[in-house]
Design a protein around this ligand. Structure first.
Ligand SMILES: Nc1nc2c(ncn2[C@@H]2O[C@H](COP(=O)(O)OP(=O)(O)OP(=O)(O)O)[C@@H](O)[C@H]2O)c(=O)[nH]1
Ligand SMILES: [Mg+2]
Length: 409
């Protein structure tokens, strides 16, 4: 992804935590994966247990001095903190250590910038990055200039992010009007699709759970799937014909992550609206991940933040080829759940049946008499419904059918 960088940047990972040490370790493991995705390397870790983060230096000044020695010993380029820092924490820590200080938000934004491919995705990410920058330039300006180049400073298409506050302000204004226009166009496409009334299943889940692998399997397509975090940023929609002959649209969406920067939630709120308008939410979870429970919590929390509520949810516990089969896999928030493997195809038929059943449940049984003059209404039944009986009588056509509620003529 970053072919121009010959030498990988080296970082020490840092966390101030108050809960269990194992949770802190898991969070650092994830931070290390994020860094790997951004093409950097973790050369060390430092954990500090404290009731609350130090408002001045995040980990406390004593620990920071210890860290300074480590930085030299490991020949590191900087540190990455597991939480989003305040401008003051960023400035103080960077002054104390005299090095580049990055936080989790900047790292995630950097990855998003490298992975955004569509023009809207690129604009959204640049906007999120600039908003973060402008909120940190006052108070942490010197720390921001110490960043130099590389991780934390790369915008979409490897452009270097702007550092001048006034220029940033103007650019944000331009980006918002461009984004608004794109959203208007997308709204029209969605309306057309909704008018079309093909049921939509939105695939959501934690990053790297296997969402893209699953959509590829179900719809015989080739969405990029990689053992990297945030391989998918831009939503992709593909058609799948179900056993009963019904066409269903599947949409692959951006993955969620713990401590997802709020700037990104805002940025992707509109892209994730695909989920908001879906008929069914297909939640893919990596059943082999030791942090499965945390991932489930994060997914539901994020869905709530995105106002995706009140939809039927099916949870697919994926990667079952990697587990023994004796685990208790339950998702109390879902209407249905089952084990699958998107890699081996295990239980995929059962998953499709569950999806069909769930869509079916959202249908209504209708009996009616349509006058011969109302050809439009009859067409709607043929197009969207499942006709059980159709009888041509003297004063019209008698129909018995299942119809999706949204398509009721
Ligand atoms: N063993 C195993 N690996 C799987 C399975 N499903 C997906 N994977 C692997 O998991 C990794 C992530 O898969 P993706 O489909 O890219 O995951 P994603 O949820 O789309 O991830 P992002 O787009 O990055 O959020 C890839 O290396 C896949 O090959 C599975 O059922 N079993
Ligand atoms: Mg993906």
């Amino acid at each position: 992804m970053y072919e121009n960088d010959i030498r990988k940047e080296k970082y020490i990972l840092l966390i101030a935590y108050s809960g269990e040490e194992s949770e802190a370790d898991a969070s650092l493991d994830e931070l290390s994966d994020l860094l790997d995705t951004a093409d950097g390397i973790a050369v060390g870790r430092m954990k500090q247990k404290m009731m609350r983060q130090d408002p001045a230096t995040y980990i406390g000044s004593g620990k920071a001095m210890e860290l300074k020695i480590s930085l030299v010993a490991k020949d590191a380029d900087g540190v990455i903190c597991d939480d989003e820092l305040t401008p003051a924490q960023m400035r103080n820590l960077s002054d104390l250590l005299d090095t580049k200080v990055i936080d989790r938000t900047m790292l995630i934004l950097d990855i998003f910038a490298a992975h955004a491919h569509t023009s809207e995705g690129k604009l959204q990410v640049e906007m999120a990055q600039l908003k973060y920058r402008s909120s940190h330039l006052i108070g942490a300006g010197k720390a921001m200039s110490r960043l130099g180049g590389g991780i934390g400073t790369r915008g979409p298409g490897e452009t270097k992010l702007e550092t001048d506050r006034r220029v940033i302000g103007r650019r944000i204004a331009r980006l918002s009007s461009e984004i608004k226009e794109m959203q208007r166009v997308r709204m029209t496409t969605r309306k057309r699709r909704m008018g079309n009334r093909t049921p939509v299943v939105a695939i959501v889940g934690y990053t790297n759970a296997g969402k893209s692998t699953l959509i590829n399997l179900l719809t015989d397509s080739s969405v990029l799937s990689e053992d990297k975090l945030f391989a998918t940023l831009d939503p992709t929609t593909r058609t799948c014909v179900m056993k009963g002959g019904q066409e269903v649209l599947f949409t692959d969406t951006v993955g969620f992550i713990n401590k997802l920067p709020h700037q990104l939630i805002d940025a992707f709120r509109s892209t994730l609206e695909e989920a908001k308008y879906a008929d069914v939410i297909l939640h893919v979870a990596d059943a082999s991940d030791p942090e499965l429970d945390m991932h489930l919590q994060v997914v539901y929390k994020t869905l709530r933040e995105l106002d995706v509520t009140g939809k039927p949810v099916i949870t697919a516990f994926n990667k079952c080829d990697l587990i023994t089969g004796e685990e208790r896999l339950i998702d109390v928030y879902a209407d249905n759940w089952l084990r699958i493997s998107a890699k081996t195809g295990d239980n995929i038929d059962a998953l499709l049946e569950t999806i069909e059943d769930t869509l079916q449940k959202n249908r209504k049984y209708v009996e009616c008499l349509i006058p011969y003059s109302d050809g439009k209404r009859l067409d709607a039944f043929h197009k969207y419904g499942q006709i059980l009986a159709e009888e041509y009588l003297e004063d019209g056509i008698s129909i018995k059918a299942y119809m999706p509620e949204s398509a009721m003529p």
